[in-house]
Design a protein around this ligand. Structure first.
Ligand SMILES: C[S@@+](CC[C@H](N)C(=O)[O-])C[C@H]1O[C@@H](n2cnc3c(N)ncnc32)[C@H](O)[C@@H]1O
Length: 210
């Protein structure tokens, strides 16, 4: 997907567009100070980051009110979907500088009132339940499910963008996990897929985190 295609695909009100542009300027400036995203990816920021995050919205139940994003890094996908979808968002990120970046980013996007950025390792974050759990480039699927399961109910929708290893990660996880898993094509990268899952539960005898 080209930059022009990504911008056009993201059909948002002018004010949201302006806020996203301001966030991209902030990301670009801050990237010179801390290594948030690769420089090459900044040249295709709409396709590689903004629309790559936004495309998850096609899998989100309309009545979702609480969304959790694990290892949000520079804001993808958690901060971007929060700018485009109502409800309350919790973003967990371990690194202090990235947490400060995310909090400022939420202000720039005008969503600081409904976005909580938690500075913690996911393993140590407070317990709560969420309707959606997302994570991009955070951990292999099996580890991701282990870390995320205490935040999930049987109704939780898991949205996990993966690269070209999606199928093999899913096959590897099948020995420990059951649920409704599907592999959906990424709209931004023909080689990538998104693992969408619901009703995820551990098979008896599966591993435990604690
Ligand atoms: C490869 S980056 C991906 C960031 C973002 N999701 C993206 O796709 O651009 C992984 C992020 O997860 C954070 N992270 C790694 N392990 C973590 C943990 N156990 N708990 C919370 N954050 C963690 C890192 O600090 C980093 O910002």
């Amino acid at each position: 997907m080209t930059e022009e295609e990504a911008r056009a695909a993201l059909d948002v009100p002018r004010e949201t567009q302006a806020r996203l542009e301001a966030f991209i300027r902030f990301l670009t400036e801050e990237n010179a100070r801390q290594n948030l995203v690769s420089r090459a990816s900044l040249e295709q920021v709409w396709a590689r980051h903004i629309y790559d995050s936004a495309q998850l919205l096609r899998f989100v139940p309309a009545d979702t009110s609480r969304w959790l994003d694990l290892g949000t890094g520079a804001g993808f996908p958690g901060l971007i979907v929060a700018a485009l979808f109502p409800g309350r968002f919790t973003l967990i990120e371990a690194r202090r500088l990235r947490v400060e970046f995310l909090r400022q980013g939420a202000e720039i996007l005008g969503i600081e009132g409904r976005v909580q950025v938690v500075q913690a390792k996911v393993e140590a974050a407070p317990d709560a339940k969420y309707g959606v759990i997302s994570a991009r480039a955070f951990a292999p699927l099996d580890k991701l499910l282990l870390l995320g399961e205490r935040f999930a109910t049987p109704e939780t929708q898991w949205l996990l963008p993966k690269g070209r290893n999606a199928k093999s990660e899913l096959e590897a996880a099948h020995s420990s996990w059951q649920g409704d898993f599907s592999l959906e094509p990424s709209l931004t990268d023909g080689d990538a897929q998104i693992i969408v899952a619901r009703g995820v539960r551990r098979k008896s005898g599966g591993k435990r985190t604690r």
